[in-house]
Design a protein around this ligand. Structure first.
Ligand SMILES: Cc1cc2nc3c(=O)[nH]c(=O)nc-3n(C[C@H](O)[C@H](O)[C@H](O)COP(=O)(O)OP(=O)(O)OC[C@H]3O[C@@H](n4cnc5c(N)ncnc54)[C@H](O)[C@@H]3O)c2cc1C
Length: 408
């Protein structure tokens, strides 16, 4: 009987354990979880709703949502991707729904549904589950397999070991992999929001724009999407995506950099100028601050007009060519100074982890240490916000589980 130990009772560890135990009913599959709770990140994920995956069904398109891991994940996604995740949960009684932006959740809108499903399925597959037991040290046995030392001092052995211990925010988190010969890409945060001190922006907290373009000059970062003004600066999907693609560059800049916002990327400068020109003729007596350009929210419009140096009592007829030019520039390129970052509370993830070249993505087995497997955020894989991080955990967990069960 083959003994399989999984270090880490999170999304990747559970998916691997269940897949393995279902494919090899004779194997003894054990999950050792360091903390007092299984699946604690699933519980808090997606604001308590757990954004399980994203409605993106083409493997190449899906892989392109991972700033780290795109190439490595392409082949795994051809074997198990979003449609696999949907079918997996549905066959176990959990139906998923898709929101307008592509994010997928359980129809119950509760992460507890996902936890109950994973716990019940693991128990039904006779996975052994232990809390408050962490793997502290690992040694290779001379004749294959591993000897593990646990936090309670117990020593156990196994034939296959899966490390699914999550993101390496602290270097110590990757120590087990390092002790078995692996190297880590240094960890830095991904999926964060930007601090901006500009007072008129802070006054707009809660205002959102459906489609803005944000770019960081000098580091070739540019994203388009929904943008949200907050009490501390800017957030929303477009900022989170910039933070993911720029995780390393922005870390190097110590999170202090200029940020350009185009509030109306669907219109070019000439079109905006032509619209202003026509307003000078069609509504000359109206105050500029009171006549917003759709689809901009009126509070934002007002602040942009004032930030362009146009006073509250200026009417369209009195808008000089120079002032009009400044106003157009303000709409297509407001410059802010970012002074720091905050973690996004709905989803965050670590960029960095076990080097991808050291892992065979057909099996998730180490290329350095046979019998050792990896899954989930411990790897140097992270996705943009929207359910991609869990999808990577399900896919890598599924592949590792099949391989440890001796199945393709
Ligand atoms: C607040 C928040 C919200 C999020 N929301 C979403 C979302 O809605 N959608 C999405 O796609 N992603 C989301 N994410 C990201 C997602 O949660 C992670 O990418 C995912 O949980 C990674 O799964 P994992 O199993 O690799 O790691 P984890 O879920 O971190 O699990 C690893 C487990 O290993 C345990 N462990 C660590 N060391 C040891 C050891 N030595 N021995 C035994 N056990 C150990 C840990 O205690 C932990 O329970 C969110 C993240 C956060 C922080």
């Amino acid at each position: 009987m083959s003994r399989i130990v999984i270090a880490g009772g999170g999304a990747a560890g559970f998916f691997a354990a269940i897949t393995c135990a279902e494919a090899a009913p004779d194997a003894e599959v054990t999950i050792l979880e360091k903390s007092a709770q299984f699946l604690s990140k699933v519980k808090i994920s997606g604001g308590g709703r757990c954004n399980v995956t994203h409605a993106c069904f083409d493997a190449r398109e899906l892989a392109a949502r991972y700033p780290r891991g795109e190439r490595a994940l392409l082949a795994p996604f051809k074997r198990f991707q979003v449609s696999g995740t949907i079918a997996w949960f549905e066959s176990r009684g959990v139906k998923l729904k898709t929101e307008g932006d592509g994010r997928m959740f359980s129809i119950s809108d509760s992460s507890q549904t996902i936890i109950d499903c994973l716990m019940n399925t693991a128990r039904a597959a006779r996975v052994k589950l232990f809390l408050n037991r962490s793997v502290e040290q690992v040694a290779k046995r001379a004749n294959g397999g591993f000897e593990l030392e646990l936090s309670d001092g117990e020593k156990i052995s196994c034939d296959h070991l899966l490390l699914a211990t999550g993101g390496c925010r602290a270097a110590a988190a990757g120590q087990l992999a390092v002790s078995l010969g692996h190297k880590l890409e240094p960890p830095v945060p991904s999926l964060f929001t930007f601090h901006i001190a500009t007072s008129w922006l802070r006054g707009l907290a809660g205002v959102s724009v459906e489609s803005a373009e944000a770019s960081v000059p000098g580091v070739k970062l540019r994203e388009r999407g929904a943008l949200l003004a907050t009490h501390w600066g800017l957030s929303g999907p477009v900022i989170l995506r910039l933070s993911a693609w720029g995780a390393r560059e922005l870390h190097k800049l110590d999170y202090k950099f200029p940020l350009h916002i185009n509030w109306l990327p669907q219109l070019d400068a000439e079109k905006i100028a032509a619209e202003f020109q026509s307003r000078r003729g069609s509504q000359p007596a109206k105050l500029i601050v009171n006549t917003p350009l759709a689809p901009l929210p009126s509070r934002l419009w007002e602040q942009l007009v004032l930030a362009a140096g146009i006073s509250r009592d200026t009417r369209w007829a009195a808008l000089s060519r120079a002032a009009q030019h400044k106003l157009v520039q303000q709409f297509i390129r407001t410059e802010f100074q970012v002074t720091g970052k905050s973690l996004n509370k709905d989803e965050f993830v670590t960029c960095g982890g076990v080097r991808l070249g050291e892992v065979d993505f057909k099996t998730m087995e180490s290329r350095i240490c046979p019998g050792l497997y990896f899954a989930g955020e411990l790897l140097d894989i992270d996705g943009i916000t929207g359910g991609f991080n869990f999808q990577a955990a399900w896919t890598t967990g599924w592949i590792a589980g099949r391989a440890m069960a001796g199945r393709k």
